[in-house]
Each structure stands twice: as structure tokens, then as C-alpha cells.
Design a protein around this ligand. Structure first.
Ligand code: IUR
Length: 450
């Protein structure tokens, strides 16, 4: 039996670790019988030398079984599904997709994360709804799935304990951006949910983790192979992330846009992602025979209101008072009777007449982050009311001086430098506005399980 230093040396020198060696490393991490310096050294060796796909699959499997693996009633066989996104700006897909899938007969134990760096987190968005409890025990998750069909929750203490340790050391040792470590971390948690099917939204572009399509494709292929390696039918889309998804960024504002979408008034780009990702899951779990049928079922569930009813039931099951849940889901649009509105708003003006050719999602997100919409360190609070509403869309003609974005802020107030940065996020081009508006689609490639 090799010692931990032997394993580190083997990987450091470019060797391929055996299944037993990977299992021994993960076991030592879980049982805390390894020094933190040794974990850091192994992670750096993996970061530098990489892993072959079979090593990544073994790492994923061992991490998955480091803690509790959920089990579902036999009658749910084939119905338990989830999606994961690598993070975007204005990415509220989960809030619409989870209830839409539940309305199509799926069980969706969606375990989501918080925002980090400039990207938002689904849990922060949901916590802007007073009373919404993201911490639910396995027993409560089972109950909510039985009665509603979907829940959106934080990771429980018992699920994949090895990831909690490894992630903290990755953060401290600059080894977060390693493909096998990313795949092991993401897929082990999905494996512990005992899913039948999983879809991944791997984003590329200036506001995404991966700036170029090739890097995102490499990650997507690895995630798909790691997912299928733990017996989850796994597919992925590569979607562009340069601007914002929909028109709202910021926690409360994104909840409002999600509710509007569930009332049938969603923006095209958000609906495209929801129906594509949901449609793929319905194909992968055998509910429908092709993608267009799957996408149609999902968009019908959204447009027809069935998904809205599921969202209302999910809010109530996760602690929101029923009068508040009812008001949010009614025909009322006075959302700020329930959600907190920022004390101040400011509208910025288009600097010239012309056609909107670009809105830089990264700049918007970075400034909003500084204004309190996001956090720089795990555990920091966020201000749910901070955000931005785009008042224009791509290809739209604007007059000089017309308002193009409304910024919601409190404390701190935006500095003049931040206002100039926000102003630079909009590019107005020449053009007479008579050009046919190009349909702006986000999904560039689809990867299906082999
Ligand atoms: N999300 C995860 O759960 N794990 C990771 O390593 C990354 C994002 I990067």
C-alpha cells in the first residue's frame, strides 16, 4: 500500500493513479487522516499533470461516495433530473426550469450554489424572497419532491464531504481551474443526488469562466464523460455568455423576471435556454422521442401557467408565507409589496443616437458586485435589492439621451468612475435601424450522451 507522499510523487512525476490510489487519497481526505499540505500538494500535482478520463471518473465516483448518496422511491425510476450551469450574468434559468420540469412529471432535487466572483447564485436569488429556506434535510427534500415535484436547496452537510475539504484547499492553493478537479467536484454532487439524467449549461464568452468556445467544449466533454461514468445520462449545451440573460441582473430583480417568465412574458433568450435544456432532459429520460417535442412540452408548461403553480407550491413548501407566494404568482405586478426594493435608482442615458450593438455583461456584473449584489468571500452577506434593469435590447434603435439601464443601489452609492464604467457597457452603433433584427440565439452546440 503506497503512502500519501508516494501518491503525490507519482502524480507529480506525471504518472497515472490507479483506482485504489485515488480511493485511498479521497478516503484520507474524508477521514481527515491526511495533512492539509499533502492535500494541497496533490491538488497542485493534478493541476499541473492533469488526469486521464478514467482517473477523473474514478475521482468523481470516490468523491460521490464519500458521504450520503440519496435514494428515491422505486416509482420515481427514470424521472429524477437536474441541470448545472457554469455560471453567468442574469442566469435565472433554474428558477423557471425546475418548476417547468416538475410540471412535465419530473422530480427535480436541484442542489444549487451561491454567487461567487461576478456570477450570481441561485440560492441568493431565492433568499431575496422573504421566508424562503434553502436549507432542507434529505427527509424534507423527499417530502417536497413527493408533493410538489421540485425543490431548490443548498448542499446538505452529509452530501460529498470530500468536496467541501477539497474545494477549500483548491481555493487556497490556486488550483480551482483544473478540469479534472472541476469535473470531480460538480459531477460527484450530481451523482450523490442519484439522478437519471443531467444537463449541463457550459457557458463561454467574456462574462463566463471560459472565454473561448474550445475551452468550454473541453470542459463540457469531460463533464459529460464523468456524468455518464457515474451512470447518469448526461448531456450539455455550449451557450454564449457575453451580455446578460434576459434584462434583469441582481437577486430580487431576477426573481421578478423569473416570475414574469412563468406568467408567459419571458424574454426570448431565457425561454430558449429553458426550453432547450428542459427538452434535452425529457429526451434523455425517455419522456419524449425528440428534442422539438421536449422543448415544446417545456415551453407549454411555462406559457400555460403549470410551471407557475409549481413555483408557488415550491415557495410555500420551502417556507414562504402563502399570502406572499400567492401575491407573487397572481396577475399583480406589484412585486415590491413582497420583495425589497432598493432605496435609490438611477437611469443612465444613451450617449448617441443609433442601434444597440452590444451590452457588456461582465462590466455590468462587476460594478453591481461592488455595489453589494455579490460577494467576494464565502459567507459575506449580499444586498438582494441591488441590480440593474436593461431598458433596451440588442438591435433596438435608441435616441441620444434615452434611458438604457436603470441601476438599483443603496450603500455604497456608485462612484463617478463606476458610472463611467457602466456607461461604457453600452455600445451604440451606426445603422438606420431598418436592418432586419437578427434573432439573437445563445445555444451554439449540443452534446448528447454517447
Ligand atoms: N462549482 C462546483 O461545484 N465546483 C467547482 O469546482 C466549480 C464550480 I469551478
Amino acid at each position: 500500500m503506497s503512502s500519501i507522499p508516494d501518491l503525490i510523487r507519482k502524480k507529480r512525476d506525471g504518472g497515472e493513479l490507479t483506482d485504489e490510489e485515488i480511493a485511498a487519497f479521497v478516503r484520507a481526505v474524508t477521514t481527515k487522516t491526511i495533512q492539509e499540505s499533502q492535500i494541497g500538494a496533490m491538488l497542485m500535482a493534478i493541476w499541473q499533470k492533469g488526469m486521464v478520463p478514467t482517473e477523473t471518473q474514478t475521482l468523481t465516483r470516490e468523491m460521490m461516495s464519500s458521504g450520503e448518496v440519496m435514494s428515491w422511491p422505486a416509482a420515481w425510476k427514470g424521472t429524477v433530473v437536474d441541470k448545472h450551469s457554469t455560471g453567468g450574468v442574469g442566469d435565472k434559468v433554474s428558477l423557471v426550469l425546475a418548476p417547468a420540469l416538475a410540471a412535465c412529471g419530473c422530480k427535480v432535487p436541484m442542489i444549487s450554489g451561491r454567487g461567487l466572483a461576478h456570477t450570481g447564485g441561485t440560492l441568493d436569488k431565492l433568499e431575496s424572497i422573504p421566508g424562503f429556506k434553502i436549507h432542507q434535510s434529505t427527509e424534507q427534500i423527499l417530502k417536497i419532491l413527493d408533493s410538489v415535484g421540485c425543490c431548490i436547496v443548498g448542499q446538505t452537510e452529509k452530501l460529498v464531504p470530500a468536496d467541501r475539504v477539497l474545494y477549500a484547499v483548491r481555493d487556497a492553493t490556486s488550483t480551482v481551474d483544473s478540469l479534472p478537479l472541476i469535473a470531480g467536484s460538480i459531477i460527484s454532487k450530481k451523482g450523490a443526488e442519484s439522478l437519471s439524467a443531467l444537463v449541463l449549461d457550459v457557458k463561454f464568452g467574456r462574462a463566463a469562466l471560459y472565454k473561448d468556445l474550445d475551452g468550454a467544449r473541453e470542459l463540457a466533454q469531460l463533464l459529460v464523460s464523468a456524468g455518464n461514468g457515474v451512470d447518469i445520462r448526461t448531456g450539455a449545451v455550449l451557450s454564449s455568455m457575453d451580455g446578460t440573460i434576459g434584462r434583469c441582473v441582481g437577486n430580487s430583480l431576477e426573481v421578478i423576471e423569473s416570475l414574469e417568465t412563468l406568467k408567459g412574458n419571458g424574454p426570448d433568450d431565457l425561454m430558449e435556454l429553458v426550453s432547450t435544456l428542459g427538452g434535452m432532459l425529457l429526451v434523455m429520460n425517455g419522456s419524449v422521442s425528440n428534442q422539438s417535442e421536449g422543448s415544446k412540452q417545456i415551453s407549454d408548461a411555462v406559457i400555460g401557467g403549470a410551471a407557475l403553480s409549481k413555483f408557488q407550491a415550491m415557495m410555500e413548501a420551502q417556507g414562504v408565507a402563502s399570502d406572499a407566494a400567492q401575491l407573487l404568482c397572481s396577475a399583480h405586478t406589484d412585486y415590491f409589496r413582497v420583495l425589497r426594493k432598493s432605496e435609490y435608482q438611477i437611469e443612465l442615458e444613451a450617449p448617441a443616437e443609433g442601434v444597440v450593438v452590444d451590452v457588456d455583461g461582465l462590466v455590468l456584473a462587476q460594478v453591481l458586485h461592488k455595489l453589494g449584489a455579490g460577494r467576494s468571500k464565502a459567507g459575506q452577506p449580499v444586498n438582494h435589492s441591488v441590480g440593474a434593469e436593461l431598458l433596451v435590447s440588442m438591435g433596438q434603435r435608441v435616441r441620444k439621451g434615452a434611458s438604457w439601464v436603470r441601476i438599483h443601489y443603496e450603500d455604497p452609492v456608485p462612484t463617478s468612475d463606476q458610472i463611467s464604467r457602466l456607461q461604457s457597457a453600452l455600445t451604440v452603433g451606426a445603422g438606420d435601424g431598418k436592418e432586419p433584427r437578427q434573432k439573437h440565439t445563445l445555444v451554439k452546440e449540443v452534446l448528447l450522451p454517447s
